[in-house]
Design a binder for this molecule. Structure first.
Ligand SMILES: Nc1ncnc2c1ncn2[C@@H]1O[C@H](COP(=O)(O)OP(=O)(O)OP(=O)(O)O)[C@@H](O)[C@H]1O
Ligand SMILES: O=C(O)[C@H](O)COP(=O)(O)O
Length: 394
């Protein structure tokens, strides 16, 4: 794969696909980690005299303009961080995008509106995606793939466009892959993986693969309850993916056979409802009240998880331990982050929500080995799946 150093970019229009999918609170950016991670590539190109056209998605709009998902606030933040004006195209590949692309001078940066405002971006139809990619190709001379968080998506700006322009991989993607490689080839052992969050079905595939590589699998967050149910516990009104119970049972049996330790919580914080002001308290997993839902791991589990991480040499963590966005249920995630730091292991934190949790709970990013910008992308890499956004680069 070529890198940006192999491209002659001076005076050229360079289309940079970045992942600027940041959490928004109205039009306020609540965590700008992904924008900051995109800066080095954009800066390097601009310093070498490129005319940089940045493209990205935000959220999951339905293939048409939707002001809730406009990248305008991101353009403003990108400009602040770069210390220069960033031109903003009010469409993705239409008149405004062309005008902005033509007006760019050497070293200047522009951002296109959300690529997912175009139905072709996420289309399953090759021709439809190809048509949009053709339109993107008219905006630029070169392509740089730097959207690590989206490399697992077979989308027009990620997968189809690089086939139409001389291209290179971006520095962020290279760094991410280099770090994740350390987890797939010869990780220092014991190698522990902590999985949490709420998307059980998205993460089961990686469990299958991790049973072959990790020494210990620690499960927290909303996923816990499908595991507890599979083991025969009653889980009150906690979130459950009932159709995954049999798969989880099979994993538990396989882990037992292959000597991989699966560590589950022994207690949870059980609340009357999904609200910060709900009555709540710790409950052992054997005694979760029928009318309560588990929204965090409990105090005994926090101590247990810390003990299981203490001797680890490598740790990969994806997914918060509880509903960390509400303070009463942030304790488990906070304790886990602390345990990771105290372990002294090489730690990789993957996932949009996990990275945002680490920052919003006040931890210093430098205390972790690597904070990945990709959630689904890092999991699919660890699963050993092909990543379209990387396969497409020459
Ligand atoms: N016990 C629980 N019940 C319900 N929701 C939970 C529970 N524990 C954690 N969550 C929620 O899980 C969400 C994060 O899950 P997700 O699987 O999306 O994490 P991630 O992989 O870090 O993020 P991403 O997929 O965006 O990269 C958080 O919003 C959190 O509130
Ligand atoms: O947030 C993410 O994980 C990436 O930006 C990809 O977003 P998507 O899951 O909506 O494709």
């Amino acid at each position: 794969m070529r890198t940006i150093d192999d491209l002659d970019v001076s005076g050229k229009r360079v289309f940079v696909r970045a992942d600027l999918n940041v959490p928004l609170d109205g039009d306020r950016i609540s965590d700008d980690g992904r924008i900051r991670a995109a800066l080095p590539t954009i800066r390097a190109l601009s310093e070498r005299g490129a005319r940089v056209i940045v493209a990205a998605h935000l959220g999951r709009p339905k293939g048409e303009p939707d002001t809730r998902y406009s990248l305008r606030p991101v353009a403003a933040r990108l400009g602040e961080l770069l210390g220069t004006d960033v031109a903003f195209a009010t469409d993705t590949a239409g008149k405004s995008a062309h005008a902005v692309s033509e007006a760019l001078t050497d070293g200047r940066v522009a951002l296109l509106e959300n690529v997912r405002f175009e139905p072709g971006e996420t289309s399953k139809d090759d021709a439809e995606r190809g048509e949009l990619a053709d339109r993107f190709a008219q905006l630029a001379d070169l392509y740089v793939g730097d959207a690590f968080g989206a490399v697992h998506r077979k989308h027009a700006s990620v997968y189809d466009l690089p086939a139409r322009l001389p291209n290179s991989v971006g520095g962020l993607v290279l760094t991410e892959i280099e770090v994740l490689k350390k987890l797939t080839s010869h990780p220092q052992r014991p190698y522990a993986v902590v999985l949490g969050g709420s998307k059980v079905s998205d993460k089961l595939g990686v469990i299958d693969n991790l049973l072959g590589t990790a020494d210990r699998l620690i499960i927290g967050g909303g996923m816990v309850f499908t595991f507890l149910k599979a083991k025969g516990y009653e889980i009150g009104s906690s979130i459950l993916e009932a159709e995954q119970i049999d798969t989880v049972k099979a994993y538990l049996e396989r882990a037992e056979r292959e000597g991989v330790e699966i560590v589950l919580p022994v207690d949870v914080v059980a609340a009357e409802k999904f609200a910060a002001d709900a009555a709540h308290g710790p409950a052992d997993v054997e005694n979760i009240p029928a009318d309560r839902m588990g929204l965090d791991i409990g105090p005994r589990s926090r101590a247990l998880f810390a003990e299981k991480l203490a001797d680890a040499r490598t740790v990969f963590w994806n997914g918060p331990m509880g509903v960390f966005e509400m303070e009463p249920y942030a304790g488990g995630t906070r304790a886990l982050a602390r345990a990771l730091i105290d372990s002294g292991a090489f730690t990789v934190v993957g996932g949009g929500d996990s990275a945002a949790a680490v920052r919003s709970l006040g931890f210093d990013e430098a205390a972790f080995g690597h904070i990945s910008t990709g959630g689904g992308a890092s999991l699919e890499y660890l699963e050993g799946k092909d990543l379209p956004g990387i396969d497409a680069l020459a």
